[in-house]
Design a protein around this ligand. Structure first.
Ligand code: DGJ
Length: 725
């Protein structure tokens, strides 16, 4: 068992192959946090245990006074508001008396093999019970009778611990959950740098890395989605840690709506991190006997650097988050018409796409936005999910038949959570969009947001989607989401439940996605939100790939893909070669190969030479698919540290194959460029395909590969393929 409870010391010890996590039951039944870091033996627990803290002006606790204990100083396992701890609160309820004082104490615990799912929400899962053990610790606020169960699942061989909390109102009066974070971690000292994957539309997930300072630093979204602007991910890394060395704590929330990550450094130089649903805009009314479940958070620790932290997330998500047929199966190589045609297409145009695509070796045609209602621009028809026959003269069936007859699969675009004011559905049900009585409705991209907290709205949308998908041979759906939520309230809910609508909305989205992948188990679902505005683990539970960004410029994609890779595996990142961007097709292909590869262009406009080049690219895509999709990523030179040149490497699990990519962002005179590789077997010998040269793994990882004479002009790039002899 990766989880043990020691009766003598009253401590819980959670062990993984890269970490130990310890907390215990202290006097007064406080849950005190003792340790999170590199593995330590059981024998050392006793010494860690005796460390309550106290200081003037920090309240002591009547129930633990004899021990000189203050909840404001001692590291706590799950902090609460108003009962002596002035640091960040992980949890607070507003009780029936109207105050928010909350004080959770240990009641009992249970340890079991395996891991349970979360009701109606995405969560990591086990393929086999032996993959994880679970600890549930029941705590209670005596005065209100509210019970909170802290749930920990330990994926021992993956170095990961997942956490969530279940809140039950075991009292006779209704309460409001004001704050419910999924995790709280107290660390000694503040010698850490915090990672923020920040950005905006077409510039998602760039890395900002800054030293912690005293006070609170935060990463949040209140947009009703995880957002382009910040990602529900952070890492705290020891100062000086780099890709190859150093202590790294990685945190990620399995959630696609408003989230909040706060880190506080207190006056005693201790660090507390809380992560969960953003309390701003959230207030959950909990009637007697009702339960509420928080989203799940993932924590990973390694002392082997940022690169290893990322690979641990990648392995975990590839094995225990992504589901269904496409988790391991080879995904079809697709062409999407969006950048090629926008909404200006018809039956003949798409058949011509398919013909060219087939000739070039592409396997699936994806028809993007503009096939339904009377949609010729972004001002109409969202919600009218029936075919625009004036564009598709043979109907959807006729189009798909011709595409299939050419030997291609077919994919289609939906934006199921949206509604255009100019649509039949809006005319019939103007109250079906999110809105607040007597206020203007904010509009974005000429669209409103469907109120997914309402069952009849969800039923309507899903029945239309199901009709299309049941009656046509569709292999793939791109699920888009092109604006954020405003005027968030629900016409059907009473005033005390209006603080639930953001969360109810995302639960509605999860419900429809779950129905979709259950009813159509062979469907490949690709998520999208104006590119990567909802690139989060919640979405990955339903869709094995997500469109990483609307920015397909290969140079600008570098920061986006490097940033995304901090937490998410290559197989989850949709990456396409497009026509309209600077840089050669060679570089576009080399960058897009780092992901779920495809094309996004009008093949009618390609020259003979370009078509010939793409045919060669398709061969490379097949050749390198396995090492990229199932191998391990090493970021060798990152754009966050080098403005001239970047390099990355995929290494197969058996270390017999490696693929190195180098991109010269800006021309630079490099009189001597030795690129040190990583992740190889130091005792194996590797042949460089291009030159036939053979080097030991030890040489390549220590001395490096001499790339001095390779192309180094603006935007040039190259691949190096190595195989073990
Ligand atoms: C935004 C997406 O990111 C694009 O790829 C495309 O699908 C458009 N929406 C269509 O409106």
């Amino acid at each position: 068992m990766a989880i043990s409870f020691c009766k003598e010391t009253n401590t819980f010890k959670l062990d993984t192959n890269s970490s130990t996590y310890i907390f215990g039951i202290f006097e007064g039944n406080y849950l005190v946090h003792y340790y999170y870091g590199a593995p330590i033996p059981d024998t050392d627990v006793e010494i860690l245990r005796i460390r309550p803290g106290f200081a003037s002006f920090c309240p002591d606790s009547p129930s633990a006074r004899v021990f000189n204990f203050s909840p404001d100083v001692t590291p706590l396992e799950y902090s609460t508001f108003g009962a002596g701890d002035f640091r960040l609160s992980a949890f607070a309820i507003k009780n029936a008396d109207g105050n928010k004082v909350t004080d959770l104490r240990y009641v009992s615990h249970e340890i079991y093999k395996g891991k349970k799912g979360l009701p109606g929400m995405p969560a990591l899962y086990v393929n086999d019970e032996s993959e994880a053990d679970t600890l549930e610790v029941l705590t209670e606020d005596k005065v209100t009778g509210v019970q909170v169960t802290l749930v920990y699942s330990v994926f021992e061989s993956k170095g990961a611990i997942t956490r969530s909390v279940r809140v039950k109102n075991a009292s006779k009066k209704a309460v409001f959950i004001d704050t419910v974070h999924s995790l709280c971690v107290d660390l000694p000292g503040y010698d850490y740098e915090m990672f923020d994957l920040y950005g905006r539309w077409v510039k998602e997930r760039a890395l900002e890395r800054y030293p912690l300072h005293r006070g609170i630093q935060s990463i949040k979204s209140k947009r009703g989605s995880s957002s382009h602007n910040h990602n529900p991910f952070t890492a705290l890394v020891k100062k000086g840690a780099n890709e190859e060395y150093g202590d790294c704590y990685g945190f990620n929330l399995v959630y696609s709506s408003n989230f909040s990550i706060d880190v506080e450094v207190d006056g005693f130089a201790s660090t507390r991190l809380v992560m969960g649903i953003n309390p701003e805009g959230f207030c959950w009314h909990l009637s007697p006997d009702e339960e509420f479940c928080s989203p799940e958070a993932v924590m990973i620790f390694t002392d082997k650097g940022v690169g290893e932290m990322s690979r641990m997330f990648h392995r975990l998500y590839a094995d225990n988050l992504v589901r269904g047929k496409w988790k391991k199966a080879k995904r079809p190589l697709l062409i999407n018409n969006w950048e090629g045609t926008g909404m200006d297409f018809d039956h003949d145009k798409l058949v011509s796409f398919a013909r060219h695509a087939k000739d070039m070796g592409i396997e699936m045609l994806v028809m993007d936005d503009g096939w339904f209602g009377h949609r010729d621009d972004d001002k109409s028809s969202l919600g009218d999910w029936y075919v625009a026959e004036y564009k598709l003269r043979k109907g959807l069936n006729g189009l798909i038949k011709e595409v299939n007859d050419l030997g291609l699969k077919f994919g289609i675009w939906f934006e199921p959570e949206m509604i255009s004011p100019d649509s039949d559905v809006y005319k019939a049900h103007p109250d079906w969009c999110l809105h607040t009585e007597n206020r203007d409705k904010s509009i974005a991209r000429t669209q409103y947001v469907m109120d997914y907290s309402r069952k009849e709205v969800r039923e309507y949308v899903y029945s239309m989607m199901k009709e299309i998908l049941s009656n046509n041979n569709i292999d793939y759906v791109k699920w888009d989401f092109n604006r954020n939520l405003t005027e968030v309230s629900c016409a059907e809910l009473p005033p005390e439940k209006q603080g639930e609508v953001f969360h109810r909305f995302v639960l509605g989205t999860y419900e429809i996605m779950e129905r979709l992948v259950t009813d159509f188990p062979n469907l490949l679902l690709e998520n999208c939100s104006g590119g990567g505005g909802r690139f989060d683990p919640g979405m990955l539970y339903y869709s094995p790939q997500i469109w990483t960004s609307d920015n397909t410029d290969p140079i600008e994609r570098l920061t986006i893909q490097f940033g995304t890779s901090l937490c998410y595996p290559a197989s989850t990142m949709g990456a396409h070669v497009s026509a309209s961007r600077r840089a050669s097709y060679e570089t576009k292909k080399n960058v897009a190969l780092w992901g779920s590869f495809g094309y996004e262009l009008d093949p009618d406009k390609l020259t003979e030479e370009e078509i010939a080049e793409i045919k060669e690219q398709v061969k490379e895509y097949h050749k390198y698919y396995d090492v990229i999709h199932y191998g391990e990523l090493y970021r060798l030179i990152t754009p966050f540290e080098n403005e001239f040149k970047v390099a990355w490497e995929f290494v197969s699990e058996d270390k017999n194959e490696a693929l190195v990519t180098v991109v010269q962002i800006k021309q630079a005179y490099d009189p001597f460029f030795m690129l040190r590789l990583q992740g190889l077997d130091r005792n194996k010998y590797y042949e460089i395909e291009e030159t036939g040269e053979v080097y030991s793994g030890a040489f390549l990882m220590n001395a490096g590969l001499n790339l001095t004479h390779k192309p180094n002009g603006d935007g040039q790039s190259y691949l190096i393929h190595l195989t073990a002899k």
